[in-house]
Ligand binder design. Structure first.
Ligand SMILES: Nc1ncnc2c1ncn2[C@@H]1O[C@H](COP(=O)(O)OP(=O)(O)OP(=O)(O)O)[C@@H](O)[C@H]1O
Ligand SMILES: [Mg+2]
Length: 307
């Protein structure tokens, strides 16, 4: 961790005009201890990740299991600190969790001693929202995620998908500017997933939130996003960023069967296959999009393409 660098604000002249989140050359690793020896091995989870997310952007992240997606979100949440590199929100270094970032963790992150209602109210309590208002807002989001009637249940009394929905309601309820969502719909049934995707898009369209959303579903990644960051593993890095120029406002069901949607999905799938087989670094211009214009090849920081 580079404690000193975390204290430094990003000079305003270095901050891209619309940047909400800036990730600069971030590397992260872990010490792995073998149970049968005292020896510690070093594991590099992320290497040299650089990414700028614009204010109000919906960015999705895909990549093979273990490529560091959750590690990256933990860093952005301020739950951990990088070994090297820097992360900024609004030009200020990320040092700890704060109310400007709503987090939906892969493991739900619910407070086991609180009921559904009290879990959803948690962020509002910290924000200082008065009790009656807090109750009303929580009810609204509990309804949104389809958990009315379960307000008094404790997390251990819920299914995985229900816990996931509580976690989503909690993150949305206190209205953070940034949402960090780690496979938020992975454990919910297909029908609920469709509804939640549409609802998330509707909320995003009306609130100008910046969303970073990790998923293993290519359709979900493309259907939701302005841009899809494709990661590869060993060590984890952002391999390419695909711009999704599908019309807005958008519902996934409206675009799902279009040629453009399928072409972009194919491109992401190709990149992921490449990432899984450890192929050579993908460069912009390596794809041949239907009707696309030739693009200049780049191999530096993650290349960006509209396919
Ligand atoms: N606390 C930790 N200690 C040791 N290794 C860790 C730790 N956290 C993550 N790792 C390792 O870092 C790598 C990246 O993990 P991470 O959870 O970020 O992957 P991921 O891309 O989110 O995977 P998935 O899609 O399966 O959720 C993995 O190899 C994992 O084993
Ligand atoms: Mg993960």
């Amino acid at each position: 961790m580079s404690g000193k660098s975390l204290q430094t604000e990003l000079p305003q002249d270095k901050l891209p005009a619309q940047a909400k989140i800036v990730i600069q050359n971030v590397s992260m690793g872990f010490k792995i201890k073998r149970s049968n020896s005292d020896e510690e091995k070093d594991f590099q989870a992320l290497e040299n990740v650089s990414l700028t997310v614009e204010s109000g952007e919906f960015l999705t992240i895909v990549g093979p299991s273990g490529c560091g997606k959750s590690t990256l979100l933990d860093l952005l949440a301020g739950l951990t600190h990088p070994r090297s590199g820097k992360l900024f929100i609004d030009g200020k270094p990320i040092v700890k969790p704060a109310l400007d970032r709503g987090i939906v963790l892969q493991g739900y992150g619910l407070l086991p001693w609180r009921t559904v209602q009290k879990n959803v109210e948690f962020g509002l309590e910290i924000k200082g929202t008065e009790s009656k208002k807090r109750h009303e807002i929580a009810e609204q989001y509990i309804q949104l995620v389809g958990l009315q009637g379960f307000e008094d249940r404790y997390p251990y009394e819920l299914s995985g998908g229900m816990k996931q929905r509580v976690s989503i309601a909690r993150a949305l309820a206190y209205d953070p500017e940034v949402l960090l969502m780690d496979e938020p719909f992975a454990a919910v049934d297909a029908q609920t997933r469709d509804l939640m995707q549409d609802e998330l898009l509707r909320i995003w369209e009306h609130t100008n939130k910046t969303i970073l959303f990790v998923t293993h579903s290519i359709e979900e990644a493309v259907g939701l996003a302005d841009r899809v960051a494709v990661m590869s593993a060993n060590p984890g890095t952002v391999r390419e960023i695909i711009r999704v120029d599908l019309p807005r406002p958008r519902r996934i069901s409206d675009v799902r069967n279009t040629a453009d949607f399928n072409r972009i999905c194919r491109r992401v799938r190709d990149l992921l296959e490449n990432a899984n087989t450890g192929g050579t670094k993908v460069t912009v211009g390596s794809a041949a999009p239907a009707g696309g214009t030739p693009r200049a090849a780049q191999t530096a920081s993650p290349s960006e393409a509209a396919v």
